[in-house]
Structure formats: structure tokens, C-alpha cells
Write a new protein. Structure first.
Length: 216
């Protein structure tokens, strides 16, 4: 069962309107911003494109993140899906298929860096190098292009769009080795909301088929 989200590594820092930070400064500002965050919530629009097949899929929903590795993604369209972890167990649930996948967080984190979104961005410079920083011709945003320091076929390039005046990242693009793209657009972001731990727990409804993938 396919999950509704992919790699999430994006951040921003409030900058003066006339600031022109260097490449190293941009990464440092992103890390500083996310070290100050204990939780984050918002809405997302995800657009996935398979280049060779010429296929595009879109999904919308909302997300909730809490340090260190608590996460909840609620896909609403085109069909409901849930991806949630309490820090120990990761659940991927499809109510239409009446099926849930249960696996330990350890192996899941290795396969999907999105699960440690907040801590991952707080150490962004350890995993990524800045390839370029470009200004929006309109002057409202800057585009930060990053490449992984270690080869990763799933993440060939990462592009963040950061609004200059607010420091908010409202779009993130992941390009893999085959030039497939995954675009996440964020809205209605709230920083450091009070999120109860119970939000990140899950109990399969009666009649749900629970799948336990084999250990890697």
C-alpha cells in the first residue's frame, strides 16, 4: 500500500527584504529556524510525476509533526489514507481497502527520511550541499537547490521555494535519479502548536487486515 507523502526537507528563516545570504548562510538559517521548532502543522498539495510514463497524480490533506519523530499525515483526496507514528511504530492505513501496514519506526526511518522531518532540517547541512540560490524575478521568493552529499537514487535534487519577507517555505520539489518529480505545496502552516501525543497513536478498526512487512 503506497503512502501519501515523500521526503520532506524544507525550512525558512525570517530575513530582511534586502538580504542576499551566501550558500552556507542559507543552510545555517534553515537549521536555526528548525532547531527552534518543537511542532508543526498545516495543509499540503502533493503532485507526483513519472517522467517516462507521463503520469501525474495529485493528493491533498493535512499533516501534524512533533519532535523527535512523531508524525501524522491525513490524506483526504483522491481517497482517504493515514500515515502515523508514535515514535515507536509506523502505521500506514487505507480505510477503503480496510488494510493497515504496521512496522517498527527504525527501518521505516531509514527508508523514508520524511519521518524525522524536524530533526532532519535542523541538520540539513550534514546531508545536503547547496548547488544554487536563485532570486525570484518578482523579488518575492528565493529558490534553494540542494544535492545530497551521499549518492541517493531517491533524491537526486531538492529544491525549496522560500518567501523572502516571511521566510516561509511554501513549496518543496524532490527530483530522483530518473527525473521523476514530487512537489509538495504547503499552506495554513502553524508553528509550535500544542499537539497531544494521543494524536500520533493508532488502533486498527475492527475488520482491518494488518500486514507486518518482513524485517529488512
Amino acid at each position: 500500500m503506497r503512502t501519501a507523502v515523500t521526503l520532506l526537507l524544507a525550512a525558512g528563516l525570517l530575513l530582511p527584504a534586502d538580504a542576499h545570504p551566501g550558500e552556507t548562510d542559507v543552510v545555517g538559517q534553515i537549521e536555526t529556524r528548525y532547531r527552534a521548532l518543537s511542532s508543526l502543522e498545516g495543509r499540503y498539495l502533493q503532485t507526483a510525476t513519472l517522467k517516462l510514463a507521463g503520469q501525474t497524480e495529485r493528493a491533498t490533506g493535512k499533516f501534524f509533526l512533533k519532535r523527535p519523530t512523531l508524525m501524522r499525515w491525513e490524506q483526504e483526496t483522491p481517497e482517504p489514507r493515514l500515515l502515523v507514528t508514535d515514535g515507536a511504530t509506523l502505521w500506514s492505513y487505507s480505510p477503503l481497502e480496510r488494510q493497515a501496514i504496521r512496522q517498527p519506526v527504525g527501518p521505516a526511518l531509514q527508508a523514508s527520511p520524511s519521518l524525522h522531518f524536524l530533526s532532519g532540517m535542523a541538520t540539513l547541512g550534514a546531508a545536503f550541499a547547496v548547488a544554487s540560490v536563485l532570486e525570484d524575478p518578482a523579488g518575492d521568493a528565493r529558490f534553494v537547490s540542494l544535492t545530497p552529499k551521499s549518492p541517493d537514487p531517491a533524491v537526486h535534487r531538492l529544491i525549496l521555494r522560500v518567501h523572502r519577507r516571511t521566510g516561509v517555505v511554501d513549496r518543496l520539489t524532490v527530483v530522483d535519479a530518473l527525473e521523476n518529480t514530487m512537489v509538495l505545496e504547503f499552506s495554513a502552516l502553524r508553528e509550535n502548536p500544542s499537539l497531544p501525543d494521543a494524536l500520533f497513536t493508532f488502533s486498527p478498526p475492527p475488520g482491518t487486515e494488518v500486514i507486518h512487512p518482513p524485517a529488512p
